[in-house]
Design a binder for this molecule. Structure first.
Ligand code: NCD
Length: 359
């Protein structure tokens, strides 16, 4: 069965198929109405969301299906201490597909181990957000007409911004991508993305300290919010919260055909004076998110019993009783998920669920 926990759970071809289907849905919406009638999507949101949850809901409604679930885990049995695995076992009796957001990293991957219906990761902690990635890819394709060959600048909180981590992974499959990381020291991209993704797949990247020095090179500027809720130290948040702000003056340095993306919500990193610039694509991006989720729901349903579309062959987990994942936000430190690891080509051991380096 196909789940979508990490963007790399989809092959490049499957990713392209989903994007192509989303484009077809945009062109011929009437053809898809009713295609999921009598089917149910469960949205299990353990962490706040506006866009992602409503986008899933609206996508399923457009397809003629129904939606159930919770947007506040305190109103569910979670408040009685139910584990994510038990919750998905139960919900799998009611729904055909589950979209889950969780503040604990690896929660959805752990849930797939027992689920009898496809699980879609709608964001796990600071780790991954693969449906935002599909949204971003569709948006780049529609705004620029191509994804291959782009220079993309990621700006803001690249440390905790899960949408950035997932999009860089997915871009590693396209040709001639160049990545520029625009970030203060405190918010730099995690090592596992730099080394395991950029260096291993040969994506050139460089880190810079100002937007101005790179604006003229960019085809895409991907802005992000500083993720207040992920900081353990409030003073640190206060120091970096206003690091990078996009305004009309900075936009004047950019190419005439650049696209500005932002997964939203924005706080103050893009001034509203930019909103009417034709290159500001972030509200169109929201709408693309609904179409791509429609396409994803249809494809996961189509692929459900097709052995050609299983999960990618993963290496076998390594068990080592002498080591533990030290990420306090990982599922193995929050529920009884086993401490298990994967060993990369570089010999480095990483947590199976959250990708943290194991020392
Ligand atoms: C993002 C998320 O939740 O990671 N938003 C979204 O899904 N559209 C980005 C964010 O919260 O800053």
């Amino acid at each position: 069965m196909k789940h979508l926990i990490d963007p790399m759970d989809l092959t490049k071809q499957e990713t392209d198929e989903i994007i192509a289907l989303a484009q077809d849905i945009i062109a011929h919406r009437e053809r898809y109405q009713g295609s999921m009638s009598h089917r149910k999507l469960a949205t299990l949101f353990y962490e706040p969301s506006t866009r992602t949850r409503l986008s899933f809901t609206s996508a399923m409604m457009e397809l003629g299906g129904n939606v159930l679930g919770f947007s506040d885990a305190r109103s569910s049995s979670v408040s009685k201490g139910e584990t994510v695995q038990d919750t998905v076992r139960v919900v799998g009796c009611f729904a055909d597909v589950i979209a889950m957001r969780h503040h604990i990293e690896g929660a959805q991957l752990y849930a797939t181990e027992v689920s009898r219906v496809p699980i879609i990761n709608a964001g796990d902690g600071s780790h991954s957000h693969p449906t935002q990635t599909l949204t971003d890819l569709l948006t780049i394709q529609r705004e620029l007409g191509h994804i291959d060959g782009i220079t993309i600048g990621f700006c803001g909180d690249l440390r905790f911004g899960r949408t950035v981590h997932s999009l860089i992974k997915a871009l590693s499959r396209y040709r001639d991508i160049k990545v520029i990381l625009i970030t203060p020291d405190e918010l730099k991209l995690p090592d596992y993305i730099k080394h395991d993704v950029c260096e291993r797949t040969g994506i050139p990247y460089r880190e810079v300290g100002t937007m101005e020095e790179v604006m003229p090179e960019l085809d895409v500027l991907y802005m992000t919010r500083v993720q207040k809720e992920r900081f353990l130290d409030e003073d640190e948040f206060d120091r970096v919260k206003d690091s990078f702000v996009l305004d009309a003056a900075r936009m004047s340095l950019a190419k005439g055909k650049m696209a500005v993306l932002h997964p939203l919500p924005r706080v103050n990193e893009i001034l509203t004076e930019v909103d009417n610039d034709p290159r500001a694509a972030y509200f169109r991006q929201v709408e693309n998110g609904k179409f791509v989720r429609e396409a994803l729901i249809l494809k996961l349903h189509e692929w459900k019993d097709d052995p050609e579309h299983g999960m990618p062959d993963q290496e076998k987990p390594v068990f080592d009783d002498t080591r533990r994942c030290t990420n306090l936000k990982c599922i193995c430190n929050n529920e009884r998920a086993p401490h298990k690891f994967r060993k990369g080509d570089d010999g480095v051991l990483r947590c199976w669920y959250c990708d943290s380096k194991i020392r």
